[in-house]
Design a protein around this ligand. Structure first.
Ligand SMILES: [Zn+2]
Length: 330
């Protein structure tokens, strides 16, 4: 039977709200925009020369997302994309403090996203949680402010604190207290690592932030002892293959370590990260892995079960969705 990624039910754990504005969304905001102009402004080249190249496609999306109305529309837009990918559970993420330029408070930004997420979740029948990101270049105060938002909205749909942005240029030091605060309040913590920097960044993140999942983490493959540690502790890697290629981490998909990590026994799942910037969908990512490594339905179903296990869903919903995944594709 021919492989068809669209039939597979999916779990997405790593997708940034502010990197996924679709052409459809932009047409609503600016009816004059052409596909060419959209691509030039928001889509990265297949190979970025450096991180600045990549980030320059995110900045104009953040510029747009400064009002409650624009943010609400973006959440609805993302859910339409998740539905087209047959996603049954998603954890969305963004950095609330980047959306306060026109006067919204951090609290108002989070409440806007949560309200839109709950509405879209009901409308599309897709369960969802919200992860708040602090950023590497934030100072300790901004990081703690983000941690406080995670703690304050824990019971309302916020499920974790994440650390994102430029790991190569900024250390963890300013963020240790924020992560400690969330953990002390019984919250979940995750972080980006092992992407721009090598295995040391993954080890440092595990040791100092005590995260249960790593965003990317693909460069762990450079250190067998670290891979063994990931296997032994069950820390899940949220892997985003096309994003890694766009950011020039590997020469081609054939060189990407996802298949080797999987065979080694590392828990991992497949994500888009930045749908618009990378010009991808989960269906495209699954097809890419099928074509490169021969992954079949069973491989994807297993990674989706691992994703659900490592998700921050409450127990009852997790059991319900696990039975949907086990029931197979539809
Ligand atoms: Zn990311």
């Amino acid at each position: 039977m021919k492989f068809d990624p669209r039939k597979l039910k999916k779990v997405e754990l790593h997708v940034h709200l502010d990197t996924c504005l679709s052409y459809h969304y932009l047409k609503k905001v600016d009816p004059q925009i052409t596909r060419t102009a959209f691509n030039r402004q928001f889509v990265a080249p297949k190979r970025c020369a450096d991180l600045g190249d990549f980030l320059s496609k995110i900045a104009p999306q953040i510029d747009l997302l400064q009002t409650s109305q624009a943010i609400t529309l973006a959440v609805e837009d993302l859910f339409a994309q998740l539905a087209a990918d047959n996603v049954i559970y998603a954890e969305l993420r963004f950095a609330p403090l980047l959306h306060t330029r026109l006067g919204l408070t951090g609290e108002a930004v989070v409440e806007t996203v949560l309200a839109a997420m709950h509405n879209a979740s009901r409308a599309y029948g897709i369960a969802a949680g919200l992860i708040l990101c602090t950023l590497r270049h934030f100072d300790a105060a901004a990081s703690l402010q983000t941690a406080k938002l995670v703690i304050d909205y824990q019971g309302s749909g916020v499920v974790a604190l994440d650390l994102a942005a430029d790991e190569a240029r900024y250390p963890l030091t300013h963020h240790v207290a924020a992560f400690r605060a969330v953990r002390a309040a019984g919250g979940n913590v995750i972080a980006h690592a092992g992407e721009a920097k090598g295995p040391d960044s993954v080890r440092e993140t595990l040791d100092r932030l005590q995260v249960s999942r790593i965003g990317h983490g693909v460069r762990s493959i450079e250190d067998p002892a670290l891979v063994e540690r990931l296997v032994a502790t069950g820390v899940l890697l949220e892997i985003c293959p096309s994003c890694n290629l766009t950011c020039n981490l590997f020469d081609s998909i054939d060189d990407h370590p996802i298949d080797r990590l999987k065979k080694w026994g590392v828990r991992l799942n497949v994500n888009t990260d930045a749908r618009t910037v990378v010009d991808t969908t989960l269906n495209k990512e699954y097809q890419l892995l099928h074509d490169a490594f021969g992954w079949q339905d069973d491989d994807f179903n297993r990674s989706n079960r691992q994703a659900l296990e490592a998700s921050f869903l409450d127990g009852d919903t997790k059991i319900k969705l696990m039975s949907q995944l086990n029931a197979g594709s539809m």
